[in-house]
Design a protein around this ligand. Structure first.
Ligand code: DGY
Length: 324
């Protein structure tokens, strides 16, 4: 009988990670690329010493009970932690590792991508090229967009990713950065950003960018009230979590020109059903949660999540432990 520790992987990670785990452990996987059904998760995790999971799986008491008391470590391939019952992990002495930092650049680039896609109306321009709407070059206001230069950008949550977004936007000639959140950040001075109340940020920003992590307080933060405080010319971008946004209210704000446009890399639910009315709007660009989707970031995430798991199995300090 094998004495190698058993690791259950809820969805295959890039090969560098799988190979690392397989060299030291007995690895069981849900072989499919789709989200693992709950019953398969509860079945697969039974008897595992380590669990590699993703934000799409809720890791709660039912899963921990199904795993059994030998479960030593959970590695989530994400920076987001909202799917994990951390208090319960702590009470059961289960180590938890995550993958911050290595996805910061990729997510910041995606955020800038959505800012440009919305402000320069790339969705409409692309549609015009494929649908035959592209006429002769137009020197009027045909698909005229909005510039980042001389703008005010409001960042909700100036953490690692928020700061990385701001640093990338500086060379575009942004005039002022505002930020809001739980507390002032010492690194805000790197970009000359001013800490302001949320409402002031909404009222004064040309671009409002959600970069905060999710917590019970910020669910539905971007609602009717918030959109009504934003400029009619404002663009809203969310690369954080869909639950920050009341999507009904966003639909209303976009279709009544209360705000100019929105770029969403995250929605509720994911995938967003194809008949969701947000897809019909020219001023809403939606991408399928691609923030960390670069080959470099995903390989680094796979490396880190597996190193976290191996360290936890050996009783060593995790390279990136979640503070419990
Ligand atoms: C994260 O790491 O939390 C990203 O959203 C990818 O899921």
């Amino acid at each position: 009988m094998s004495t190698r520790p058993v690791v259950f992987v809820t969805r295959c990670v890039p090969p560098n990670g799988m190979d690392m785990l397989k060299s030291e452990c007995e690895v069981r996987t849900w072989p499919n690329d789709a989200v693992i059904p709950r019953d398969q998760l509860l079945q697969g995790v039974k008897g595992a010493d380590g669990l590699l999971c993703h934000p799409s799986e809720k890791i709660d008491q039912e899963v921990l009970d199904a795993a059994g008391p030998q479960l030593k470590v959970i590695g989530t391939m994400s920076v987001g932690l909202e799917h994990l019952d951390l208090a319960l992990c702590k009470s059961r002495n289960i180590h938890v590792g995550y993958t911050p930092d290595v996805l910061t650049d990729a997510t910041a680039e995606m955020t800038v991508g959505l800012l440009l896609a919305t402000s320069r109306r790339i969705k409409e321009g692309f549609a015009a090229t494929v649908n035959g709407g592209w006429g002769t070059w137009n020197c009027g206001l045909y698909l005229a967009g909005k510039e980042l230069s001389e703008s005010t950008v409001g960042i909700v949550g100036l953490g690692r990713i928020g700061l990385a977004v701001a640093k990338r936007l500086q060379p575009f000639g942004v005039q002022k950065f505002l930020y809001s959140g739980n507390s002032e950040k010492s690194w805000a001075s790197d970009i000359g950003a001013e800490f302001v109340p949320f409402d002031k940020l909404l009222q004064n920003s040309d671009f409002v960018v959600a970069c905060c992590s999710m917590n019970p307080q910020n669910k539905g933060l971007f609602n009717k009230d918030a959109f009504s405080k934003m400029k009619n010319s404002a663009i809203f971008v969310n690369t954080s979590r869909g639950v920050l946004v009341n999507q009904e209210d966003l639909l209303q704000a976009l279709s009544t020109n209360q705000i100019l446009a929105a770029g969403l890399d995250v929605t509720t639910p994911e995938p967003l059903p194809r008949d969701n009315p947000l897809f019909t709007l020219n001023n809403c660009v939606i991408t399928p949660h691609l923030g960390s989707a670069t080959t470099k970031a995903r390989a680094a995430m796979a490396d880190l999540v597996c190193r976290n798991i191996l360290a936890g199995l050996k009783g060593q300090p995790l390279p990136k432990p979640v503070p419990l």
